[in-house]
Design a protein around this ligand. Structure first.
Ligand SMILES: [Zn+2]
Length: 156
């Protein structure tokens, strides 16, 4: 995990924002790695966060390939809709933080606010593709900590 991820999530936890991880893991559908690896990574992440007093409320992943035509692979909204119904969330009052433009599209599709981080693939996406974005993110954050700052400044 990047430094400052745990403190950022802890601050969101303290402000009573549910923190949910939504991830495409087509490596499962392609047979590159088993489901159990996702659970192992989840357990490791949970343990690292717990050491710093942070937690995520849920993790959803899409194991399908792009051509499987499932309803969950981002930027399709299936996982967000499931998270919203299982955790009683109003997506229009939620935030999607991601490092790919697909995450921004996903946010726009459900009426959530979209935050792009420069970490991970983010900087490359911004440098090479932002001229073609049909709609920009609501905020571009240096990292998850900066994203948390922005979220916590918004009216609840
Ligand atoms: Zn899927």
């Amino acid at each position: 995990m990047f430094p400052l991820v745990a403190p950022a999530i802890r601050r969101l936890n303290e402000a009573k924002y549910p923190a949910i991880v939504i991830t495409n893991q087509s490596g499962v559908g392609r047979g590159y790695f088993p489901d159990s690896l996702i659970h192992a990574v989840h357990d490791l992440m949970t343990a690292q966060l717990a050491k710093e007093g942070a937690h995520i409320d849920a993790l959803y992943y899409c194991p399908h390939k792009g051509d499987d035509a499932c309803a969950c692979r981002k930027p399709k909204p299936g996982m967000l809709e499931r998270a919203a119904s299982e955790h009683n969330l109003d997506l229009r009052r939620s935030f999607v933080v991601g490092d790919s433009y697909g995450d921004i599209q996903l946010a726009h599709r459900v009426g959530a606010r979209a935050i792009m981080v420069r970490t991970g693939y983010g900087e490359g996406e911004i440098q090479w593709h932002s001229a073609q974005w049909p709609a920009p993110p609501d905020f571009i954050a240096e990292n998850l900590n900066d994203a948390a700052d922005w979220i916590l400044r918004q009216p609840k």
